[in-house]
Every structure is written in structure tokens, then in C-alpha cells.
Design a protein around this ligand. Structure first.
Ligand SMILES: CC(C)(COP(=O)(O)OP(=O)(O)OC[C@H]1O[C@@H](n2cnc3c(N)ncnc32)[C@H](O)[C@@H]1OP(=O)(O)O)[C@@H](O)C(=O)NCCC(=O)NCCS
Length: 139
């Protein structure tokens, strides 16, 4: 006779069946620049938090790259969340990219349902494009 082992608390927490979503986004710099120029201050308010603007403003030579990277990150996070919780996708300005002292990015979600989610983000940018990928895990 075979006994089925009860999964431990730890393995239940790390279960592969936990809802996981992934998202990716590419932003073309030239197009993004035009959107920023057309949208002006209203575009900036709708998309970025004050802290994100401050991060980019502190790096004037690469300002556009940091903003485009954050735009891609927000889109990637929204796509990842849409896969597991389509009723509660955040608005762009509710997804904030932060960097720790080593430069590593993370996401702060300004939303009621934020505590249910663990988010991972990675971003990269070169002269003409910014790209980001995100993973969302529901607790
Ligand atoms: C940290 C590192 C990976 C960043 O790579 P990069 O090519 O300069 O940067 P990318 O344009 O691809 O990406 C920039 C984004 O990476 C993220 N980033 C920065 N430091 C990071 C780190 N330590 N870990 C993870 N992500 C990081 C940031 O989000 C940054 O964008 P932001 O400033 O707008 O938020 C790189 O500087 C590094 O240290 N590489 C280690 C290997 C090495 O030393 N190579 C040199 C010889 S080839």
C-alpha cells in the first residue's frame, strides 16, 4: 500500500499552481518622445509618479531612456497582472518603478489589491528602444 505524503506548509506556499502572470513591453524611443511632446504635462501626470520623474530628471543625459524604460515596465506589469487578475489591472501611475542603492528596480503598486501580489521586474534600454519584462504572482 502506498501512502500519499501531505504537502508541507512550505511546499503548499511555493506551490506551482499559484497563479503566475508574465508580461513584456518594448518602447520605441522616437515614438515615445513624440507621445510625450504631444501629451505634455497631462501625459506625465497620467503615466509617471513624482518619484519616477525625479529619478529621470536627476539623469539629464539619459532622461528619456529612464522614462521610456518606466513606461515599458508599467505596460509589462499591467500585462502580467491582467493574466491572473483581469478585473483589477492598475492604471499607469499606480505602478511605480523604484531603484535600490545598487540600481536594481522593483515595483511599488499604489493600489488596493497590491498586497495580494508579488511583482518582479527587469528593464533595459539602448539608444532607440527600452524593454521591460514582469512577473506577477498572486499570494
Ligand atoms: C547592472 C547592469 C547589469 C546594468 O546593465 P546595463 O547594460 O548598464 O543597463 P541596461 O540599459 O540594460 O538596463 C538599465 C536598467 O537596469 C536596471 N538595473 C540597474 N542596476 C541593476 C542591477 N544591479 N541589477 C538589476 N537591474 C539593474 C535599472 O532598472 C536600469 O534602468 P533605470 O536606471 O532606468 O531604472 C550592469 O551595469 C552590470 O553591472 N553588469 C555586470 C556585468 C559587468 O560588469 N559587465 C561589464 C563588462 S561587459
Amino acid at each position: 500500500m502506498q501512502f500519499k505524503r501531505r504537502p508541507s506548509k512550505r511546499s503548499r506556499r511555493c506551490s506551482l499552481s499559484a497563479p503566475v502572470g508574465c508580461g513584456i513591453d518594448v518602447v520605441e524611443l522616437a515614438r515615445f518622445r513624440r507621445a510625450m511632446q504631444r501629451g505634455g504635462a497631462a501625459f506625465m501626470r497620467r503615466v509617471f509618479t513624482k518619484a519616477e520623474e525625479a529619478y529621470a530628471d536627476a539623469r539629464p543625459r539619459t532622461r528619456l531612456l529612464h522614462l521610456a524604460g518606466r513606461f515599458a515596465a508599467k505596460e509589462a506589469v499591467i500585462k502580467a497582472i491582467a493574466q491572473i487578475d483581469p478585473a483589477h489591472t492598475p492604471a499607469m501611475h499606480e505602478v511605480e518603478v523604484r531603484n535600490d542603492r545598487l540600481g536594481r528596480p522593483s515595483i511599488l503598486l499604489h493600489q488596493r489589491h497590491a498586497s495580494r501580489l508579488t511583482l518582479h521586474i527587469s528593464l533595459s534600454h539602448v539608444n532607440s528602444v527600452a524593454v521591460a519584462s514582469a512577473i506577477a504572482i498572486r499570494a
